[in-house]
Design a protein around this ligand. Structure first.
Ligand code: DGL
Length: 279
């Protein structure tokens, strides 16, 4: 079975890495819209148009399922893709639900951090979009969710700029005036941000949880693939298990420099990922 994974750039490599780990029998197509990254500072209409164009290209190449490994593209175009294409579309949204509901323990008692708040870090477009506004309005009955737009963090990832000092000074500047000790949970609501887990970790108190939507998205992918197997068992085994074909804005990636960049990013994510991503 072929799984296509789409992002504006390199953030979706974190989803690719998690998907390969959990579905090693599939083969993958990774599409990074390198020519147009970042999406998060563009208009909704522009991101919608770019996402539909990329999905058309992927549809022509052929895939069994498409994962939008981008919270920004999801908010601008997920419903349109679901209408336009016959393959299933797995989309991502910031993990606000687990963040808000985890404050209440299984027994219905308030957890130790019950008085604390939830910070959702994402791109400006994700945070101002109706999809996110509605999600928060439906869950955040106590008004504990604060949005944190971090547009420049996407560029740091695209430049492979992972050293502590510039990243931390950007994060400190972006959170200036906020009391970071009040947050029990930080939601990484942009796939590019997962490369910076160590810096988020060092900025917040040790008992602040840092969560993301990758595990939930890959679980949804697995459920979708199970459903497809029921329809067409023949396709369930790929002739090229674990193979990844990379594309940058509709160009196949074959040169060693570009492939090496993807390899280094996947390695970076493997090093910094923790077993704590939820949703
Ligand atoms: N990685 C994307 C996301 O999850 C968007 C980054 C961007 O292009 O601004 O939102």
């Amino acid at each position: 079975m072929r799984v296509a994974i789409f992002d504006s750039g390199v953030g979706g490599l974190t989803v690719l890495e998690d998907a390969i780990r959990r579905v090693p029998s599939a083969d993958f197509l990774y599409f990074a819209d390198t020519d147009n990254v970042p999406y998060g500072t563009k208009s909704k209409e522009e991101v919608r148009r770019l996402t539909v164009e990329a999905a058309k290209f992927i549809a022509d190449l052929g895939t069994d399922v498409l994962v939008i490994a981008c919270n920004t593209a999801t908010s601008a175009a997920a419903s349109e893709l679901r209408h336009r294409f016959s393959f299933p579309v797995v989309a991502m949204e910031p993990a606000v639900k687990p963040a808000v509901t985890r404050r209440i323990s299984a027994e219905g008692r308030l957890s130790l951090n019950a008085d604390k708040r939830v910070l959702v870090a994402a791109t400006p477009l994700t945070l101002r979009e109706e999809k996110f506004q509605r999600l928060v309005a439906s869950l955040d009955t106590e008004g504990i969710v604060d949005p944190l737009p971090l547009p420049e963090l996407v560029d740091f990832a695209e430049r492979l700029e992972f050293s502590d000092s510039p990243v931390l000074s950007y994060l400190r500047k972006a959170t200036i005036g906020q009391d970071l000790r009040t947050y029990s949970t930080v939601v990484l609501g942009c796939t590019h941000f997962l490369f910076f887990r160590p810096q988020f970790r060092s900025l917040f108190p040790p008992d602040t949880e840092i969560i993301d939507g990758n595990e939930g998205t890959v679980s949804q992918l697995i459920r979708t693939m199970e459903g497809l197997k029921g329809i067409n068992r023949e396709r369930s085994v790929s002739p090229f298990p674990g193979r990844v074909l990379y594309f940058e804005s509709m160009r196949p990636v074959t040169d060693s420099v570009a492939l090496d960049r993807f390899r280094r990013l996947r390695e970076r994510y493997s090093l910094v990922r923790e077993g704590s991503s939820l949703s």
